[in-house]
Each structure stands twice: as structure tokens, then as C-alpha cells.
Ligand binder design. Structure first.
Ligand code: GCU
Length: 433
């Protein structure tokens, strides 16, 4: 029989526990965040192909191993990007050569995607430094919350896209309002980047595919459907694929901008947008440098290391990010025929920077470092030095040559410290070009 003493404490416990559990995002319950509980795992060898042969030269890598890895990541994780070309109309909406107190030229372009006039529209914001004597390199990254969030400049067009609700940031009823201007300015450091001689280029990721699961009806995917197709096939792209596609379309635009040197464009992104930046850099080799800021699971962090977010968690919380084939690895990471070091290796021999934050355990800082570390053999084929160390460096001690890495103090975010390192890294690699 249940005595009142076993019953009541149970009820009290439930009453205390339930509200706390309800406010915690479901996907963040019960994942391992203790180093001592990481189980042994084996990474697939980067250079050994499905036929057991090892890639020993750049030619082997380029001819069969790289394409083999790319195909695996396409069909099993991010989904294939359709080959079909859609109609894209480009229109300059606004231009001001005396923006930001005369320091910059601001240009805003709209890309109308597909044949319909009321179809998806990608709004691109470009700031060019006015002092430049020759075409400048650029930092290109997607933003959360809309272009108006990256700087308080009142002339930036307010995003028309669906946005994640965030009243504190001026996103109300899923729409950006005036009060969202500049809310993410500290993550973009526009003036600082311009002063260092780079163009700043951005667009909102929701323009390509709004970041919620609607069965792929309201983003760009329908523009690519075959007759009768209603949703992407199991091995076709999800939202991250669409966001990466958008980055490549912006690079097409930059190739036509005379003031920009499109051979020196760094693609960067934070968190889910870091995953998109890596996938864009892996597929589109025109990106000259790739930066992953706290990209975590599905980005730079190894999936087979059971620390922080897992494949099952990410596919449950965000079922629209990857292709449906990826779900077969939910709670079965050991069965993955690849891991994220292989994604990073696709960027070789181009410079790659991976950054972590000490308190960002959900993204697994050590897993991000090890992703970068295990990409090194691909760089070695090109005689490019990688991180230059086997050990994770302490906070605020950046390492690396063609693969850069740092971990900074603090939370999941992009800070001035991160930007300092990206600018130094880009200066070093772009100056020689
Ligand atoms: C969630 C998600 C991560 C993602 C992050 C972000 O925490 O689980 O995978 O990187 O959101 O985009 O901020």
C-alpha cells in the first residue's frame, strides 16, 4: 500500500520538477556534458575510400576521395542541392555612397527567385569601405532577424520575411519592426570590418527558407520540385541546404560587383548559420575562406563523440534542417559512415577557421577542435599546415596556419574577440593573393 509519506513527497517533487522541465527546451534534456562520460568511438578514416584504397596524392583526393565524401554528405546528411537553375532577377533597390557618416557605400539589392513576382525574395545588404584603391575582399554571412538587425543605420530595409518570435529584439508576430534595428550589431562589427578594408555582405537566412518545419512549402524548395513533387525526396536538401544555396547566389552577385574582389570572399556564420557556412564552403569552391563560429552538432563538432547535442536531438528539434535520410542515425551515431571532420576536409586547401566558446557545452568545444584536427590529413596532401598542435589550446590562445582555431571565454555568441581573430586570419591569407 502507498503510505501518505511516499505519496506526498512524490507529488511535491513532481510539482517542483514539472514547471522547470516544461521551460527547458526538450532537446536539451539528458544529453551528456561530462567529459568523463564520453564513450570510446572510432572515426572513419578521412583518406580511405569505400573500396579500401587510400588517397595518397592531391590527384587521388580530387579525383575520387573528395567526390565520394561530398556524395555521402549530400545523400545522407544535408541533402542534395538540385542541379536545376531557376530564374533569378536582380534589382538594385537602393544605393548611397555616403553611408555611415561617409565611411562606406551602402548597396541594397533584391534577388527575385523564380518566375513568380510574389515568390521568394532574397534581400542583400552590402557595405563597401570608401577608402579602397582596388577591389576589396569581403566577409559574407547570413543573419538572424533580418538585415536591419546588423546595424542601426536607419536606411537598411526592414526584413519582409517571417522571423523567429523575439519581442526583446523587436520581432513581433514573426515580423521585424523598427525596434529590431541594430539588435545584433555587436555580432557584426560592421565599422570595424570596414575599417580593416573588407566589404560586409549579408542577407537573412529566412529569405531562403523560413526556419520552422512547414513541410517545405514556403521557402525556395518548391521552385525546384519536379512536376507532381510535394516535398524534397529523402536525399534532397533541407533548410541548411537552402541557406547554403543562398550564400552561393550572393557570391554570384559579388562576382559582378566591380568594387569587390570575388576571389577573396570569406563565408562565415554563427551556430546554425555556421553549419550553413560550412556546407556552402564545402560545396562551392569559389569561397576562398570559411569560418565556423560555434557551429556545434551538424557543423564542426564530431557527431560520434557523445557530448552535447546529438543527431537524434537535432533531428527532433529541427526536423527541417537536414535531409530525412539523416534521421536513420538518430541515437545511432556509431553507424554513420562519415563524421564532421570529413565536411571540414572538403574545404581543403582553402583556409578554414573553427571557433568555440568555453561555456557553449551544447556545441561541444572539444568536438569542434577534434573535427578541425581530424581534417588535417586533407590539408597535408596539399602541403598545407593545419592546427600545428594535437592538444586543444587554452582559452584566448588561437592556433593554426591553414586551419585556425580558438576557444574564448563566455557563452554561445559572436563577440569582438572572435572578430579580431577572423580579421587577423583573413588578413594573413588574403594579403598574399
Ligand atoms: C540550437 C541548436 C543548435 C544550433 C543553435 C543556434 O541550440 O540545438 O544546433 O546551433 O540552436 O543556431 O543557435
Amino acid at each position: 500500500m502507498i503510505s501518505k509519506w511516499t505519496f506526498f513527497p512524490g507529488l511535491i517533487f513532481l510539482a517542483l520538477w514539472l514547471p522547470a522541465a516544461a521551460t527547458r527546451p526538450a532537446a536539451q534534456n539528458a544529453v551528456n556534458q561530462e567529459e568523463s562520460k564520453v564513450k570510446p568511438y572510432t572515426l572513419p578514416d578521412l583518406l580511405t575510400g569505400g573500396n579500401g584504397k587510400k588517397a595518397l596524392t592531391v590527384q587521388d583526393w580530387e579525383k575520387w576521395r573528395r567526390p565520394e565524401i561530398l556524395r555521402m554528405l549530400e545523400s545522407e546528411m544535408y541533402g542534395r542541392t538540385p542541379k536545376k537553375r531557376i530564374e533569378i532577377r536582380r534589382q538594385v533597390i537602393e544605393e548611397d555612397t555616403k553611408a555611415l557618416g561617409g565611411k562606406a557605400t551602402r548597396k541594397q539589392l533584391a534577388l527575385f527567385l523564380g518566375e513568380k513576382l510574389n515568390g521568394p525574395r532574397l534581400d542583400v545588404l552590402i557595405y563597401l569601405p570608401n577608402q579602397a584603391a582596388r577591389p576589396v575582399p569581403a566577409f559574407l554571412g547570413l543573419n538572424f532577424n533580418g538585415n536591419q538587425a546588423v546595424h542601426s543605420d536607419p536606411a537598411i530595409l526592414i526584413s519582409r520575411s517571417w522571423q523567429r518570435e523575439n519581442r526583446d529584439n523587436g520581432i513581433i508576430d514573426h515580423r521585424a519592426t523598427e525596434s529590431s534595428r541594430g539588435v545584433d550589431a555587436s555580432r557584426w562589427m560592421v565599422e570595424k570590418v570596414l575599417a580593416r578594408g573588407y566589404a560586409v555582405v549579408t542577407a537573412c537566412y529566412n529569405d531562403m527558407d523560413p526556419d520552422f518545419d512547414d513541410g517545405f512549402q514556403n521557402g525556395i524548395q518548391p521552385l525546384f520540385y519536379r512536376p507532381g513533387q510535394k516535398t524534397p525526396a529523402a536525399d534532397e536538401w533541407g533548410a541548411i541546404g537552402a541557406w547554403a544555396w543562398g550564400l552561393s547566389r550572393i557570391l554570384d552577385v559579388l562576382e559582378k560587383e566591380k568594387a569587390i574582389d570575388a576571389r577573396r570572399v570569406a563565408v562565415h556564420g554563427h551556430s546554425r548559420l555556421g553549419k550553413a557556412a560550412l556546407w556552402a564552403g564545402a560545396q562551392d569552391r569559389r569561397f576562398a575562406l570559411v569560418i565556423s563560429n560555434d557551429s556545434g552538432c551538424g557543423g564542426a563538432a564530431l557527431s560520434k563523440r557523445n557530448f552535447g547535442e546529438t543527431v537524434g536531438r537535432i533531428n527532433t528539434s529541427f526536423p527541417h534542417w537536414f535531409c530525412t535520410s539523416f534521421r536513420k542515425y538518430n541515437d545511432r551515431e556509431e553507424a554513420l559512415p562519415f563524421d564532421q571532420h570529413m565536411l571540414l576536409a572538403l574545404i581543403a586547401p582553402r583556409p578554414l577557421y573553427v571557433a568555440s566558446a568555453e561555456e557553449d557545452l551544447w556545441a561541444d568545444p572539444l568536438g569542434e577542435f577534434l573535427g578541425a584536427k581530424n581534417a588535417e590529413p586533407a590539408y597535408a596532401l596539399f602541403s598545407k599546415a593545419g592546427l600545428g598542435t594535437d592538444r586543444m589550446p587554452p582559452v584566448h590562445q588561437p592556433v593554426g596556419d591553414f586551419i585556425g582555431y580558438h576557444i574564448r571565454a563566455g557563452k554561445h555568441n559572436i563577440t569582438e574577440y572572435d572578430w579580431e581573430q577572423y580579421l587577423k586570419f583573413a588578413d594573413r591569407h588574403f594579403q598574399s593573393k
